[in-house]
Write a new protein. Structure first.
Length: 161
């Protein structure tokens, strides 16, 4: 009887140890889906994709790099089509095209890049290189959000105006 209680308690403790309240809070902070936009490649434009699709769930598939490119700094107008080219620390590159809401992604099953990453975007006759590198999280909106503020850079954009 004591052995059963011990193993039941151990199983419960091991299961509970996998719960990550910080991740759960980050997912909850995203809020509900926007009305009329089903889950999929066009949802949550401008939000941090890897919060849900970075391996800890609840989104599927797992993404290694993902984000949204806007047409002009400070707007939420999508810049499509744009080619996003990512180069990892080994020199390997992958490119992805934005869709009609500006979202792009590379799945983890297609590429598991070695950080740090360098990023360039090309579209509508414009080319931009990201000045800094991505150190550990391939979700653009992890650092680039909205208008930008003291804790984040503005959303990724193709043109200043």
């Amino acid at each position: 009887m004591r052995a059963r209680i011990f193993f039941a308690a151990l199983t419960l403790a091991l299961g509970a140890s996998c719960y990550d309240p910080v991740h759960s809070d980050a997912v909850d902070a995203l809020g509900p889906e926007a009305d009329g936009i089903p889950r999929g490649p066009r949802h949550r434009a401008g939000q941090p994709c890897t919060t849900c699709h970075g391996g800890s769930g609840p989104g599927s598939p797992e993404l290694s790099v993902a984000g949204t490119v806007f047409a002009v700094r400070g707007t939420t107008v999508a810049s499509a089509p744009v080619t996003v080219t990512v180069t990892d620390a080994t020199g390997a590159t992958r490119s992805a095209a934005t869709n009609e809401v500006g979202n792009f992604f590379i799945t983890k099953s297609d590429w598991a890049p070695v950080f740090p990453l360098h990023v360039a975007i090309d579209g509508d006759g414009a080319h931009k290189n990201m000045v800094t590198t991505i150190g550990r999280d391939g979700g653009c909106a992890t650092c680039h959000r909205g208008q930008g503020d003291t804790t984040s850079m503005p959303g990724v954009f193709l043109r200043d105006q």
